[in-house]
Write a protein that binds this ligand. Structure first.
Ligand SMILES: Cc1cc2nc3c(=O)[nH]c(=O)nc-3n(C[C@H](O)[C@H](O)[C@H](O)COP(=O)(O)OP(=O)(O)OC[C@H]3O[C@@H](n4cnc5c(N)ncnc54)[C@H](O)[C@@H]3O)c2cc1C
Length: 465
């Protein structure tokens, strides 16, 4: 058995390795925040390249020395895809953070992988542009991480997910060779689109270094409201009406089911007295020509559909600060982890019109397991993406865990949905991948993995490719 090198040995070997490579060793890493998973920094050695050449040289060194690599970006991933262990090297994009070019008329941008979503949005804003994708984790999520998880977020119902935003991509393969396809155009009909392998590849097929991305006009004049709705069907009715209106653009349709709403509002001191009964809440945001116009249009449209959609109360944000408070209710979603540490959580998608039936079924299925479980449910309703967290601390005993997963995933793929909508597979959804991903697709992914990474160097132990 070859000896696994210690973090100190790896750090020592790489100390003066390449002028564009900075190394953070175990001592300097102690006490650093590990991001969304406590074991992200377990390797104890972080390589921070500032150029593609340094990435290539490092990967070549790792290959020659049999050291496996864990790619990382902003560490905001929610499925343990960035977890690392002693004997491995963390390869982070943090210093690959240049915005290379903004092509104003083309509405495209070329960026390095470590640029955060928020930094890109800030750089585009003075040009009257923004990204066509947006996430609550915008301050830490990097473009490279978002490519690797095929991130979705708030605008996916209109613009698609990360896959639909990426025109070109550069990555370094496990062999150390460069894959370069920095296409700047939408139309390419020249064989299969091989860069798709890295989009949603979760760091298993190589390290993404640069991309070309679509961007879109910034629409700063907004109106935001919270509406009481009986169910997802009514919420979709409202969203559909707003989407079809010629003078406004629907920017968000986010839903929170009663338990999520009630507990979060109580924690935040958010007044829900305007809300009838035990309704769910739909957050809608629209943009229009001016802020006043946006407010009038939203009020008029909701008044017009009020009875038909059985709206159970509404409040309109009167200032950007109030709009932020509305959004905090939806985006500060990790609140339940303080009451229920490691609460088991899920991220599923299904055709939006099937959401109500699914919510009724899982609620009853979860209640019938053992002591009975209740769930916090919220999500991006217009594209059918639900986040579900049990109101119970985790981890669950393995037999109960299996029953819960069976309850949550039952019928999801059969109805055309997914057991993992936007967070990826990582460590946490491995079993779900094996149980629910199409066996033919799994076999092809494994073949591709063994072709590109025969030594299993890239992000081993995560998605079972
Ligand atoms: C509050 C909050 C809200 C969120 N909201 C959303 C949401 O609305 N929609 C959504 O989709 N996600 C959401 N997420 C999840 C998370 O932000 C995304 O998964 C994001 O895409 C991860 O980006 P990252 O840079 O943090 O990647 P990391 O967490 O560092 O890594 C994620 C995965 O990508 C791989 N990876 C990272 N960089 C590279 C690279 N350069 N090359 C190859 N592989 C790489 C890693 O190995 C890992 O498998 C949210 C997270 C939080 C904490």
């Amino acid at each position: 058995m070859p000896q696994i090198p210690t973090p100190l040995q790896i750090a020592g070997s790489l100390a003066t390795f390449h002028p564009d490579l900075r190394l953070i060793g175990p001592d300097a890493l102690a006490g650093r925040h590990p991001g969304e998973h406590e074991d992200n920094l377990g390797a104890g050695v972080v390589a921070q390249p500032a150029s593609t050449a340094a990435v290539m040289a490092l990967i070549d060194w790792c290959r020659q020395n049999g050291v496996s690599i864990v790619p990382q970006g902003g560490l905001s991933g929610l499925v343990g895809g960035g977890v690392s262990d002693a004997g491995q090297v963390i390869l982070t994009s943090i210093r690959l953070n240049r915005i290379i070019a903004v092509h104003l008329e083309e509405e495209t941008v070329e960026v390095e992988a470590g640029v955060t979503l928020e930094a890109l949005q800030a750089a585009l804003a003075p040009h009257g542009l923004t990204t066509g994708i947006d996430l609550g984790s915008r301050g830490s999520a990097t473009i490279g991480g978002m490519v690797s998880t095929n991130a979705g977020g708030i605008l996916a119902f209109r613009n698609g997910v990360m896959r639909h935003q990426i025109l070109g991509l550069e990555a370094v393969l496990p062999s150390g060779a460069l894959f370069s396809d920095m296409t700047r155009v939408v139309k390419v009909s020249a064989g299969p689109d091989l860069k798709q392998l890295f989009i949603g590849g979760e760091g298993a097929f190589g390290f993404v270094t640069k991309v070309v991305m679509k961007v879109e006009p910034l629409r700063p004049h907004r109106a935001v409201a919270l509406l009481g709705v009986a169910d997802a069907g009514r919420a979709l009715q409202v969203a559909a009406r707003l989407r079809r209106h010629g003078a406004l653009v629907l920017e968000a349709a986010e839903m929170m089911w009663p338990r999520y709403l009630r507990d979060h509002a109580a924690l935040k001191g958010f007044d829900l007295s305007w809300l009838e009964d035990d309704a769910a809440v739909l957050l809608v945001e629209i943009s229009a020509q001016s802020a006043d116009h946006a407010t009038t249009l939203l009020e008029d449209e909701l008044a017009a559909i009020w009875d038909e959609a059985d709206i159970k109360g509404a409040i309109f944000a009167q200032s950007s600060e109030q709009a932020r408070r509305f959004w905090d209710l939806r985006e500060d979603s990790g609140f339940y982890f303080s009451a229920f540490p490691q609460a088991p959580s899920f991220d599923v998608s299904l055709p939006p019109t099937l959401v109500d039936g699914y919510v009724v079924e899982i609620t009853s299925r979860l209640r019938s397991i053992g002591i009975g479980y209740d769930a916090y449910i919220y999500g991006h309703i217009a594209d059918g993406n639900l986040h579900i967290a049990l109101a119970t601390p985790g981890p669950l005993p393995s037999d109960t865990k299996q029953l819960v997963e069976d309850a949550v995933y039952h019928g999801i793929t059969a109805c055309g949905g997914s057991f993992s909508a936007e967070h990826g597979v990582g460590l946490d959804k491995r079993q779900a991948y094996l149980a629910h991903a199409d066996p033919g697709k799994q076999a092809l992914a494994r073949q591709l993995k063994s072709l590109l990474d025969p030594d299993g160097l890239f992000n081993p132990g995560k998605v079972p490719f």
